[in-house]
Design a protein around this ligand. Structure first.
Ligand code: NAD
Length: 504
């Protein structure tokens, strides 16, 4: 099958054992172009039997893949990296078509996705264990890391290429075989990635995709041959995944939702803070788990900051992601757009002020799932717009009198994914880094998504599990360690000793 055929396939299919597998479940879902509101295709919804087939293919491939030399696995990652670079526009096009994000943003997603493949290219170094010579007389001890076997990933709609690669790159490089269940709203990018991985030389069965909904997820959570589950999505589902999969004896990392606060101190560079707030709140129409959704304006900074934000929102061009002038595309679905819009009207009823609503660009018309960016002021805890994750282009300003009030609010929040402080005071920034109960912190950086050689993950209701995703913790997640105690004695020195082994 040529690479271009997948783009004309009538129903986006599964990928099992190195090829597309047409579903026979009889269940499908619609795929929408959010910019037009039109159905542009169908996606298969896997049956439990189809999930079993994918897991079986992965299980069959495991012995061969885990025995493949590290340098060969690294070489395949190198080739995959090059193929992703060569196909970056095509991947970005798929992201814009199914998710709606602006082309520049889609290309940014591909660039950040690539980082994870680049990190995995270093697998020979990353899997180095430890060695202690002469732990006792003639005894050496060493630790090695081995793959888990078949592992599965379940991914959200907002990063159809990057989040799968957060998981896949390390999992495969470590020697595992993978079954991915992409979001049913954006299924095509994963199929292209699977094709590229095959072209890069990944053996059949090492990477498999099952498209679908909860039926597929539930089968993966209970399947006895699946050793670990990586999940990224909303908090209620993350909690469900964590509880169900751990009950079934699996290793789990389940990343959930977010409510990211940006604290602006009175000494901050106002223009830089306003640029950052607008970029981080409205980029990708607010559909990023690291989007800033709350600005905590300390003291007198509130009025001028709100005015500076307002001036910037006015200039945002909302339109179809494929339009080169567009800065902010549509939301993922009609229902989601309406839910986000209802937050704005409810906030006004609950006592907040709608400080500003932007407008749609001329090309954001028709049935597309567009929404103008909104800025809410005088927001308070207890209002739905503060208490809930909105996941849309709505930024709330909470006015606080002091730093202490601000930090208390952040630390009281159920979520702990990302946060940022804007200040020119190094001491204040350092105190913030020390105090704040959040997994990823930006200092004058509004979207502190760690580079791929650190790991990604929040605290509290933003992550269920012990290990963060990708980077060094990803390598830990996808391997288990084995410690070997070894002796090559002179056979003549052997004797029976029923005492507990100790250093002599
Ligand atoms: P979602 O939880 O609705 O779906 C995520 C995945 O879970 C999809 O593959 C979906 O098919 C599956 N799923 C949905 N409901 C399920 C159920 N009841 N049982 C089993 N599986 C189910 O999330 P979404 O709407 O695709 O993505 C947006 C959410 O993801 C937001 O809350 C966002 O904050 C979060 N997110 C978090 C991170 C992070 O790193 N923490 C990154 C991206 C997105």
């Amino acid at each position: 099958m040529s690479l271009s055929e997948i783009e004309t396939f009538p129903t986006v299919a599964h990928w099992v054992d190195g090829k597309l597998l047409q579903s026979t479940s009889g269940r499908t879902g619609n795929i929408y172009n959010p910019a037009t509101g039109q159905v542009i295709g169908q996606v298969a919804f896997a049956s439990t039997a189809e999930v079993d087939r994918a897991v079986a293919a992965a299980k069959d491939a495991f012995a061969g893949w885990r025995s493949t030399p590290l340098s060969r696995r690294a070489e395949i990652m190198f080739r995959l990296r090059d193929l992703i670079v060569q196909n970056r526009e095509r991947i970005a096009e798929i992201l814009t078509r199914e998710n709606g994000k602006a082309t520049s943003d889609a290309l940014g997603e591909v660039a950040r996705a690539l980082e994870n493949v680049e990190f995995a290219c270093g697998i020979p170094n990353l899997l180095k264990g430890g060695y202690s010579e002469q732990s006792s007389h003639g005894v050496d001890v060493y630790q090695i890391r081995q793959p888990l076997g078949v592992v599965a990933g379940i991914t959200p709609f907002n990063f159809p290429a990057m989040v799968p690669l957060w998981m896949l790159a390390n999992a495969l490089a470590c020697g595992n075989c993978f079954v991915l269940k992409p979001s049913e709203k954006v299924p095509s990018a994963s199929v292209l990635l699977a094709e590229l991985a095959r072209e890069a030389g990944l053996p059949n069965g090492v990477l498999n995709l099952v498209q679908g909904d909860r039926v597929a997820v539930d089968r993966l959570l209970e399947h006895p041959d699946v050793r670990a589950i990586s999940f990224v999505g909303s908090t209620p589902v993350a909690k469900y995944i964590y509880e169900t999969a751990t009950r079934n004896g699996k290793r789990v990392q389940a990343l959930g939702g977010a409510k990211n606060h940006m604290l602006v101190l009175p000494d901050a560079d106002l223009s830089m803070a306003a640029d950052a707030a607008v970029s981080a709140a409205y980029g990708a129409a607010g559909e990023r788990c690291m989007a800033i959704s709350v600005v905590l304006a300390v003291g007198d900074v509130a009025e001028p900051l709100i005015e500076a934000i307002r001036q910037r929102i006015e200039k945002i061009t909302v339109g179809p992601g494929s339009d080169s002038a567009t800065q902010m595309g549509p939301l993922i679905s009609r229902e989601h757009r309406d839910r986000v819009a209802s937050h704005v009207s409810r906030a006004a009823q609950e006592g907040a002020t709608v400080a500003f609503e932007g407008k749609l660009g001329p090309s954001a018309s028709g049935e597309g799932f567009f929404l103008a960016p909104a800025l809410l002021d005088h927001v308070q805890p207890g209002m739905a717009c503060y208490d809930q994750e909105i996941f849309g282009p709505v930024l709330s300003v909470v006015r606080v009198a002091t730093y202490a009030e601000a930090i208390a609010l952040i630390n009281k929040n159920a979520y702990g994914n990302g946060t940022a402080i804007f200040t020119r005071d190094g001491g204040a920034a350092r105190q913030f880094q020390f105090d704040v109960e959040v997994g990823m912190v930006g200092i004058n950086v509004p979207i502190p998504v760690p580079v791929s050689y650190y790991s990604f993950g929040g605290w509290k209701s933003s992550l269920f599990g012990d290990l963060h995703m990708y980077g060094p913790e990803g390598i830990q997640f996808y391997t288990r360690s084995k410690v070997v105690t070894s002796r090559w004695p002179d056979p003549g020195s052997s004797k029976v000793d029923l005492g507990f082994p100790q250093v002599r």
